[in-house]
Design a protein around this ligand. Structure first.
Ligand SMILES: [Zn+2]
Ligand SMILES: [Zn+2]
Ligand SMILES: [Zn+2]
Length: 159
């Protein structure tokens, strides 16, 4: 990620925190930077802690966990569970009001993301038919990714 983009996103998170009465302290910023640098990786709390610690050896586990909880409460982060019992964290995308979609491969465990909101028509229908205003949603697909499918195909192909 370009440094300028990263700075802008840190600024934005800083403003989000300030509007709720919190400060982006040095320790909190260290956690935010790790999340931004590994945005597509859906890291667990332990993985985030290890990465923060490699940059800031003095930081404690409790501090990082508290930061993750706070950022989740402020909806900067979203807690995800892909069915393996591990809580993972995802930064919410700037351009989308709603959470992006995930393609979870049951074979290799990879998680690809659909960054566009593909549910807007469905949301309109929910509102029409149920009078329900959709504020957010989660859509995770379980299946077999294109990489694994390709591998199977080439293994099954006649010699
Ligand atoms: Zn994601
Ligand atoms: Zn949506
Ligand atoms: Zn796969």
């Amino acid at each position: 990620m370009a440094i300028q983009v990263k700075d802008e996103r840190i600024d934005k998170i800083n403003r989000q925190m300030q509007s709720k009465g919190y400060k982006l302290t040095v320790q909190r910023e260290a956690t935010v930077v790790v999340l931004l640098e590994n945005e597509e990786d859906h890291l667990s709390a332990e993985e985030i802690f290890m990465l923060v610690k490699s940059k800031f050896p003095d930081i404690g586990l409790a501090t990082v966990y508290r930061t993750l909880d706070l950022l989740s409460e402020l909806h900067v982060l979203e807690k995800l569970n892909f069915g393996d019992g591990v809580t993972r964290f995802d930064l919410r995308n700037d351009n989308n009001v709603h959470l992006h979609h995930h393609l979870i491969c049951v074979r290799c465990g990879s998680v690809d993301e659909i960054m566009e909101d593909w549910l807007t028509e469905l949301e309109a229908r929910v509102e029409r038919e149920f009078g329900f205003q959709v504020l957010d949603h989660r859509l995770d697909f379980q299946g077999i990714c294109h990489r694994c499918r390709k591998k199977t195909e080439s293994e099954e192909a006649p010699q």
